[in-house]
Design a protein around this ligand. Structure first.
Ligand code: ADP
Ligand code: MG
Ligand code: ZN
Length: 468
């Protein structure tokens, strides 16, 4: 049996969150009443002329720089011609053989070291309108009674990023996408949310025998709407292709949809590979020639990128946790806790669990660390309450710690002993099999401590003594 090696390249589309659209001044926002944000330019009225969005160009350059790309001295918008109702002009303004960003690479840290994924290009284009297929079971055009078009999305600035076929597993593809998404979010250029369609990714997949140098025929997987589905889709396609080759067949180049329910891929009806877009330069737009001064200014504005941070964090808490911490946006919280004296593993765990998704007030970090360090001495209620309020109100660690002294086993033990001694009948009844009597004892301890004892510790102590 040969050992098969997957070969994967990704094509990613990202909607930029500029205030206005790519070539007109219509508001660029997600959702809303259909067809309310349109104008003669994005509806393709005759004679309307496009004016490029400067911010979108700068953001694309910024992303290109973050991906290690060279920024072209000259980039050209092309018309990509095709006929479909989502496209009133009959063409999409895109970039073709002279894209804005070329030849980059992203380091993707992983459990077995870094992988480098080459970036062929990142270019700027406009999104199509949204077609909504009504009346079918699947929401796709097949079986639909009719289709509506919402032109609000038409003309949204869209960056397309194309990777080299450098990715070698579904897991790595997912990691690449997580890291790319985080980079985009931190650059502040898009929300990059797959559920909203502001980030979309297609996967090109082939397999070859390990040691082979050339690539075999690839297929293109579309219609996946979460990172997990992408990983599962790629895995399903890898399995299918291996089966085809091993049974003496040939993989055919085609576009496929992944269906989550059946965990299988199905062929699309449209033959997209056969398309001929008759690209030609957009006569209504001059070529982009970003000045080197602008490029250098944008380069200086780049923040420290998440890939670098994940790599150094990996040494502290392990690669998987580092990626999760950064990709869930809980990293700043963990850093704040570490700055105030907590160790990394504990800080990461608190940030991802107790505090997940909530950022405590800066002034609360010192108190939070004190509370975390005293965790075993205070009640669970007080512990959780302090986290809940740490987001919105100033917390005082002295108060929290003082009001909740009695989770300390050493403090509770004599009291428990006393209560058991005072109720021999109940002790006998518990030992005779009436487990429910435990509640009676817990109640006694709570009464004596005015409710300040940690019920979990009290339960443990009681069981220890009664079951002995
Ligand atoms: P096209 O212009 O036809 O779309 P590209 O060369 O631009 O083709 O490649 C598109 C995507 O397919 C890229 O992400 C690339 O990495 C990927 N790709 C190309 N060949 C293969 C292959 N044999 N196996 C897997 N992915 C591939
Ligand atoms: Mg392509
Ligand atoms: Zn418009």
């Amino acid at each position: 049996m040969p050992e098969w090696e997957p070969v994967i390249g990704l094509e990613i589309h990202v909607q930029l969150k500029t205030r206005t659209k790519m070539f007109c001044r219509c508001e660029n926002t997600f959702g809303g009443e259909p067809n309310t944000r349109t104008c003669p330019v994005c509806l393709a009225h005759p004679g309307a002329l496009p004016v490029p969005n400067e911010r979108a160009i700068e953001w694309t350059i910024k992303l290109g720089l973050a991906l290690g790309c060279t920024i072209a001295e000259r980039a050209v918008f092309h018309r990509k011609n095709y006929f479909y109702p989502d496209n009133p002009k009959g063409y999409q303004i895109s970039q073709y053989d002279e894209p804005l960003c070329i030849d980059g690479a992203m380091l993707v840290p992983g459990p077995d070291g870094d992988a480098e994924v080459g970036i062929i290009r990142a270019h700027l284009e406009e999104d199509a309108a949204k077609t909504i297929h009504v009346g079918g079971a699947t929401g796709r055009i097949v079986g639909a009674a009719h289709s509506n078009v919402d032109f609000n999305r038409g003309g949204t600035p869209l960056v397309e990023i194309v990777t080299q076929p450098d990715i070698r597993s579904a897991e790595e593809a997912k990691r690449f996408l997580q890291l790319l998404r985080q980079t985009i979010v931190e650059l502040g250029i898009s929300d990059a949310e797959m559920e909203k369609g502001t980030l979309r990714a297609d996967a090109n997949v082939s397999v070859r025998e390990r040691g082979e140098t050339g690539f075999r025929t690839r297929t293109e997987l579309k219609n996946m709407n979460s990172f997990n589905h992408i990983a599962r889709g790629i895995d399903a396609e890898i399995r299918r292709q291996i089966e085809v080759w091993e049974s003496g067949g040939e993989v055919v180049q085609q576009t496929l949809d992944y269906e989550v329910k059946s965990d299988t891929v199905t062929a699309r009806r449209r033959k997209e590979e056969a398309d001929d877009y008759r690209y030609f330069p957009e006569p209504d737009l001059v070529p982009l020639e970003p000045s080197r001064g602008l490029v250098e200014r944008l380069r200086e504005e780049l923040p420290e990128l998440p890939g670098e941070r994940i790599r150094s964090l990996g040494n502290e808490i392990g690669f998987d946790s580092a990626l999760e911490l950064v990709a869930t946006g809980n990293e700043a919280t963990a850093r704040g806790l570490v700055e105030h004296g907590l160790d990394w593993p504990k800080a990461a765990s608190v940030a991802m669990n107790e505090l997940a998704g909530r950022e405590p007030l800066r002034e609360n970090f010192r108190a939070l660390v004190a509370i975390i360090q005293q965790r075993d001495r205070i009640t669970r209620e007080a512990y959780h309450a302090s986290f809940a309020s740490s987001v919105t109100t100033a917390i005082n660690s002295d108060e929290v710690l003082a009001q909740t002294v009695v989770a300390d086993t050493a403090e509770l033990e004599p009291l428990v002993d006393r209560i058991l001694e005072a109720s021999p009948a109940q002790v006998a009844s518990y030992r005779g099999g009436k487990q429910g009597v435990l509640g009676f004892f817990v109640g006694q301890v709570m009464k004596e401590t005015q409710g300040k004892a940690d019920p979990k510790i009290v339960n443990e102590l009681l069981r220890q003594k009664l079951d002995a």
